[in-house]
Design a protein around this ligand. Structure first.
Ligand code: ZN
Length: 208
């Protein structure tokens, strides 16, 4: 399988949405739904990709704002999220008490489970629960690619000053599940540029 990764970022929060595609079958998933879903729709059209599911690293509003527009475009494909944040989608409850915005309810919700494989067409993702920024934060690994949401960034880590954050859990999860991966693994974060596990292990000032 040959995995291709492309990114779109919205202009308001610089939140990344990724298109992950199996170049052999054209099966694809979208990871996170930023505030400019039109950019992703255009990209999918250009690639002629067949989007099989939308995977969420977590449900902060800037990662789910584009969900309704993507589902309107791609049809009622499954939206995958960790159990601890499932209610944000099924009940339209906001993730944070600090931010009021609620979401349209999503019908077709499926689970991302720690240690299990998530399959979407010909794509298979390893699910790593990396909470702390939010309770249901996950990182997703496929081939030489690791999507870390707002847990790990190039040169930084996610905020853990929200009511339902946990700074200790965030660091523990990054150390035990992400920095334990091989150096060459490419890290695609929720915001900002890509990096590698090796570079972050050596240079990330929040992890030394
Ligand atoms: Zn976030």
């Amino acid at each position: 399988m040959s995995v291709r990764v492309e990114v779109t970022a919205d202009r308001q929060f610089g939140t990344n949405s990724y298109l992950v595609e199996d170049e052999d079958t054209k099966d694809a998933v979208v990871i996170d739904a930023n505030l400019e879903p039109g950019l992703m729709v255009d990209l999918v059209g250009k690639r002629l990709a067949n989007v099989r599911a939308i995977l969420l690293t977590h449900t902060d509003v800037d990662h789910v704002a584009g969900l309704a527009a993507l589902l309107a475009e791609f049809g009622p494909i499954p939206v995958a999220v960790h159990e601890a944040e499932r209610h944000v989608l099924t009940e339209g409850k906001p993730l944070r008490r600090e931010f009021g915005a609620s979401l349209d309810r999503v019908e077709n919700v499926t689970s991302l489970i720690e240690g299990e494989t998530f399959r979407a067409g010909s794509l298979e993702f390893e699910v790593l629960h990396t909470p702390g920024h939010s309770p249901g934060g996950v990182s997703l690994k496929i081939g030489n690619n690791l999507f870390t949401g707002d847990a790990l960034f190039a040169g930084s880590i996610g905020r853990s000053d929200f009511a339902n954050s946990n700074g200790r859990a965030l660091i523990d999860g990054i150390n035990s599940k992400l920095l334990s991966q091989r150096d060459e693994l490419v890290v695609y974060s929720g915001h900002g540029p890509a990096t590698t596990i090796g570079r972050e292990r050596k240079t990330n000032p929040f992890l030394s």
